[in-house]
Design a protein around this ligand. Structure first.
Ligand code: TXE
Length: 495
């Protein structure tokens, strides 16, 4: 059985304490690899390597154009190994193969995109600022932020890591990546590709391990300048506490309970297609999943019936089987969490329209039917809390105003979607949704060029796009006094 390694200071290595934990295939519930269980000592070695690499200037001192060359080699490395990585992601996470292939392609494109931004940085002059006093010349300069501790989740194991690694490297930062213990495998391949691309030792480091044993020591490490985290609100709070005690920059991409507003004037088939894509793509293990659907009352019964038929036609099975559109839930823990949410939904008085149980013919593996609840009490936890699985709640509304009120009545504010043939209404609703990402007449398509992140408890900061690059810089002012002038405060008359 393959045993993964850590990657520290340019070398693949075993954890100091030597431990491992199993990688489990959620379609078979069987282990298929042993993952290196990094701990505090390994994190310390990795952070110190990243610190040395940063402070020496071997990476931050290169031109953006040279860094871009490295990033493009990483992108090519990902493309060269796309089939292998996608198959590994399917085995580790359970997602259908076409979705995994899409992820790896996106990861490669993310490196190319940030390579372009790194290159453009070279021709970006320091910004001159007129301070209103001719004796001074002031400029604003941007410098890479330093050492980044990146802690990532299991729903897009490679892609969520790349959303941090690519812009951080492009900006000239060095980093330590700690992926989720539930899905770590593809990040080892990423480390191999980065190694082959010839980055100097210490620039990129990988330490796999559990949250308490590896994640927390990384969040606490005093030599990290920034923590970049994607995951649950509870863990995000711990990471932010660690950042607060060290006064470190922190970026958090947390959960969501995103609304999808469907008006009666839309095409019902298109609505059903996007509602399904908004909640069953990637098994609903998507932070931006549109898990609360609000439907204008005149369309509500018809839409629910069509949604039920379409959901029941979805092919469920192992991610590597052709035609499968819904793979197994990622882990036993997550499976049990979702089943408990479904039980609490039924107990709350919500109407179970479809699913809610293991599909017939799949006795092993963490399989679950696509699940639809309707008439959900708005105080119920299934309406309010993130489930992170293929479970959608559907409720009716009467007016645009009521729909917006219900949509915005959430602790989260990551995403939202609106569907209507009245495009003016769509624009109006888009502006009034309290969320960082809004889709009109679709749900979920994500572009590297656009900023990604949430309002309220969905997080702090933005990834992707130019914003995701700027997030890895410090800003410095340089103020120059004309040496031909005298200041004349203590020494009147000067020279
Ligand atoms: O997340 P955690 P889990 C949500 C989703 C899911 C729930 C729990 O609702 O059901 O979170 O998933 C690391 N210090 N999302 O338990 O714990 C951990 O090792 C530092 C939303 O997997 O947040 C992993 O690398 N790090 C989400 C990362 O944090 C710690 C994606 C995320 O794990 C740590 C995933 C600690 N004390 C889950 N404890 C999204 N927003 O996309 C854990 N970690």
């Amino acid at each position: 059985m393959h045993r993964t390694q850590l990657y520290i200071d340019g070398a693949f290595t075993a954890p100091e304490a030597g431990g491992t934990f199993p990688a489990i295939d959620p379609a078979t519930e069987q282990p298929f690899a042993e993952v290196a269980a990094g701990q505090g000592a390994d994190i310390d070695r990795a952070v110190r390597a990243a610190r040395r690499a940063f402070d020496s200037g071997v990476w931050s001192g290169l031109s953006g154009t040279v860094r871009a060359g490295h990033l493009r080699r990483i992108a090519q490395g990902l493309r060269d190994r796309l089939a292998e990585i996608a198959a590994l992601e399917v085995r580790d996470n359970g997602k259908p193969l076409p979705e995994a292939e899409w992820d790896v392609g996106d990861a490669a494109f993310t490196f190319d995109y940030y390579a372009d931004l790194a290159e453009a940085e070279d021709s970006r002059a320091e910004e001159e600022v007129d301070v209103g006093d001719a004796r001074f010349r002031a400029t604003i300069r941007r410098e890479p932020l330093g050492v980044v501790g990146a802690i990532t989740p299991w729903n897009y194991p490679l892609l969520m890591a790349v959303w941090k690694v690519a812009p951080a490297l492009a900006a000239g930062c060095t980093l330590v990546l700690k992926p989720s213990e539930i899905c770590s495998m593809s990040c080892e391949v990423l480390a191999q590709i980065i190694h082959a691309a010839g980055l100097p030792p210490g620039v990129f480091n990988l330490v796999t391990g559990t949250g308490p044993e590896a994640g927390q020591p990384l969040a606490d490490h005093p030599l990290c300048d920034k923590l970049a985290f994607t995951g649950s609100v509870a863990t995000g709070r711990k990471v932010m506490n660690a950042a607060a005690s060290g006064i470190r920059t922190v970026a958090l991409e947390l959960g969501g309970k995103s609304p999808f507003l469907v008006f009666a004037d839309c095409d019902i088939e298109k609505a059903v297609e996007w509602i399904l894509f908004g909640i069953f793509w990637n098994k609903g293990e998507v932070c931006s999943a549109t898990s609360r659907v609000l439907v204008e009352r005149s369309l509500y019964p018809r839409l629910l019936e069509r949604l039920r038929q379409a959901a029941e036609a979805i092919t469920i099975g192992a991610g590597n089987e052709p035609g499968v559109k819904l793979g197994p839930i990622v882990s036993r823990g997550q499976y049990e969490k979702i089943l408990a949410a479904i039980a609490s939904g039924t107990a709350s008085g919500a109407r179970l329209v479809s699913g809610g149980e293991r599909p017939a013919g799949l006795p092993t593996g963490y399989f679950l039917k696509p699940t639809i609840f309707a008439d959900v009490p708005v105080e119920a936890s299934i309406w309010r809390e993130e489930i992170f699985g293929p479970v959608v709640c559907v409720n009716p509304f009467d007016t645009e105003e009521e729909a917006l009120r219900l949509a915005n009545d959430s602790a989260f504010g990551l995403a939202g979607a609106v569907m209507s043939d009245d495009l003016e209404r769509c624009e109006r609703v888009a502006c009034r949704l309290r969320a960082g990402i809004v889709w009109i007449n679709c749900s979920q398509p994500t572009f590297v060029q656009l900023p990604w992140g949430g309002f309220k408890t969905s997080g702090i900061g933005r990834e992707l796009g130019r914003a995701g690059f700027e997030a890895y810089f410090e800003t410095k002012q340089i103020t120059r006094f004309d040496p031909a002038e005298s200041w004349g405060w203590y020494l009147a008359g000067g020279q």
